[in-house]
Ligand binder design. Structure first.
Ligand SMILES: Cc1cc2nc3c(=O)[nH]c(=O)nc-3n(C[C@H](O)[C@H](O)[C@H](O)COP(=O)(O)OP(=O)(O)OC[C@H]3O[C@@H](n4cnc5c(N)ncnc54)[C@H](O)[C@@H]3O)c2cc1C
Ligand code: SF4
Length: 525
């Protein structure tokens, strides 16, 4: 490569899309692509082995695909000699070698990365052209316009606007079925009989490239959490498309009904498992939504299931991105409830006698996956009720899930799950006692605790901490009309009840109660 290079086009690990805006005008005769695997992306938060593997393997497959088109790709492997270890360091080296006239990239998914790359461009007196990410239905500007002048931004109105603008599940100006939202039909549990025979998830046998990455990650990040023995995520576009068609064929018809249900040992259920392929950009949300809508129009899947699924993608996924980019960087620091407790160490091992948490964390560490209600109403709920510092909760979620990229993870964790933004993202804190988990799963049957009890030896920690949370935050929550019913129930407790609950809750915050607080185990040795 010579100094005649027009564009050095930067492709990050979550931008694996040949139709990306950065590549729209790519000319292999005068441009080159830059990609780099760097340790910093696995260590700035402790990234689980499954997460690092999925990113690196998908990047290597994507680079091979670009090279097969005859496009020049500068690619630094994690174990390349003299790997600078950071994106900024590697980019600096590449600029030195190629002397491009300009840097081009699609807007990244992480504020920190954007700042780092901008600084490198500045240092080298180069223009960094950042193009809109056309992967999404909406732009951040559109979200900002929607939010402007509103006292509160709410998912429901943004979602309706998106459906309308994009003509999704619409009958002229009206939503199909005369209803925007089928949430009420989408809250079933599996009942006593359980889920019965479930469809198999679509998993992929690791090929040679993935096996090489697995060996590298196992050696380089041996101390990082999780295991690779079950790795089966899609790492190419073809695999992602197959995963999509199998979801539509076998699981979408039941998606809505059992969207919130949990069952011991069953992690895949009727969910799509597509978030990772979507976030790496192996799949485009338009093709996912079109396939789901088609399943409704051909009579394969009922409207509540299809609407419920489409709402997650056209609604929540776009909404959280708007929140992230309009609120960063201040958002990361928010802690409106002044929660200060450290994250319990069992989040890194799953070693707890709370059956629901044990199951959700074990699945997370084994597969880099847990479905939404496990994240929101088990691991997230416990951290919220305990009063864990939101940034520590965020670092855990960003590290352990294969689909974790900051633009989507942070608002979900800090806003929706921990209510640390004081209600910007969600209209109320998602708080419940152990009775909710009992209703939506069979976990409590095999647990040594009793979800109906808030004090005593066998009291469910969720139930104790739930009443304690309401009690601690009663004054602030009283301003929220959506919390009135829960606060009314709190008023039924006597002063002595509240005192006993507060004392028992405090025990959950102290290491002597058997819940180990502090750093992940590998940092304590
Ligand atoms: C604390 C917490 C942290 C989360 N962190 C992430 C994360 O790092 N990355 C991520 O993609 N999702 C995150 N989510 C949202 C959601 O839990 C996952 O998208 C979902 O569980 C992924 O599994 P799935 O593909 O089987 O989803 P499905 O249940 O099949 O849903 C379909 C798709 O809708 C989208 N979706 C669903 N819910 C949301 C949501 N709340 N926000 C954005 N998109 C959504 C995803 O792309 C998903 O693939 C988080 C939720 C919580 C409560
Ligand atoms: S009793 Fe409480 S801790 Fe045990 S599984 Fe039920 S909700 Fe979880």
């Amino acid at each position: 490569m010579t100094s005649s290079l027009r564009h050095l086009v930067l492709i990050l690990g979550d931008q694996l899309d040949e139709a990306a805006s950065a590549l729209h005008d790519f000319d292999p005769r005068q441009d080159a692509i830059w990609m780099a695997e760097v340790a910093e992306e696995s260590t700035h938060v402790t990234s689980a082995k499954q997460r690092t593997t999925v990113f690196l393997s998908a990047m290597r497959h994507f680079a091979a695909r670009l090279r097969a088109r005859g496009w020049p790709v500068m690619y630094t492997a994690l174990d390349a000699p003299n790997n600078a270890g950071t994106l900024a360091g590697e980019l600096g080296l590449a600029i030195g070698q190629t002397q491009p006239k300009q840097l081009v990239m699609t807007a990244p998914g992480d504020w920190r990365v954007l700042q780092n790359l901008r600084a490198v461009a500045l240092q080298h007196h180069l223009n960094l052209e950042i193009r809109d990410d056309t992967h999404f239905f909406s732009t951040v500007r559109e979200f900002a316009e929607h939010a402007q002048g509103r006292k509160q931004v709410r998912l429901e109105y943004f979602y309706r606007e998106m459906r309308h603008k994009n003509g999704i599940l619409m009958d002229g100006k009206k939503p199909i079925g005369d209803q925007w939202n089928f949430d009420h039909d989408n809250r079933s549990s599996f009942g006593k009989q359980g889920p019965g025979l479930l469809p198999q998830p679509t998993r992929f046998e690791p090929d040679v490239i993935t096996q090489e990455v697995m060996a590298l990650v196992s050696e380089r990040f041996a101390q990082h959490p999780g295991s690779l023995s079950s790795f089966g995520w899609p790492v190419t576009r073809e695999q992602a498309l197959l995963a999509l068609s199998e979801f539509i064929a076998h699981r979408l018809p039941f998606f809505g009904l059992y969207q919130d249900a949990m069952w011991e040992g069953e992690l895949w259920l009727y969910h799509s498992h597509l978030s990772c392929a979507l976030n790496l950009k192996l799949l485009n949300p338009r093709e996912v939504v079109a396939a789901a809508e088609d399943a409704f129009r051909t009579g394969h899947a009922p409207l509540p299931a299809v609407e419920g699924f489409i709402r997650q993608i056209v609604g929540w996924r776009e909404y959280v991105r708007g929140i992230y980019w309009t609120q960063m960087p201040a958002y990361l620091e928010l802690n409106t409830q002044e929660a200060q407790a450290p994250l319990p160490a069992f989040y890194w091992t799953g070693e707890t006698d709370m059956a629901c948490l044990r199951d959700a964390i074990a699945q997370t560490l084994a597969h880099g996956y847990a479905h939404h209600i496990q994240r929101l109403m088990v691991t997230g709920l416990y951290a919220l009720l305990l009063g864990v510092e939101p940034k520590a909760v965020h670092q855990w979620y960003l590290g352990v899930y294969v689909d974790a990229v900051e633009w989507v993870e942070l608002p979900n964790t800090l806003g929706m799950s921990q209510f640390a933004d004081g209600g910007l993202m969600a209209s109320k804190p998602y708080v419940a006692s152990g009775k909710y988990i009992e209703r939506m799963s069979n976990h409590c049957k095999g647990c040594r605790y009793n979800p109906a009890q808030s004090t005593g030896e066998t009291a469910c920690p969720f139930t104790t901490l739930y009443w304690d949370y309401l009690n601690r935050h009663a004054d602030t929550l009283a301003k929220n009309p959506r919390m009135l019913m829960q606060l009314k129930n709190l008023k039924r407790l006597t002063a002595a009840d509240r005192e006993a609950i507060a004392a028992q809750a405090q025990k959950h915050r102290t290491p002597s109660a058997g819940i180990h607080l502090g750093d992940p185990p590998w940092l304590r040795t």
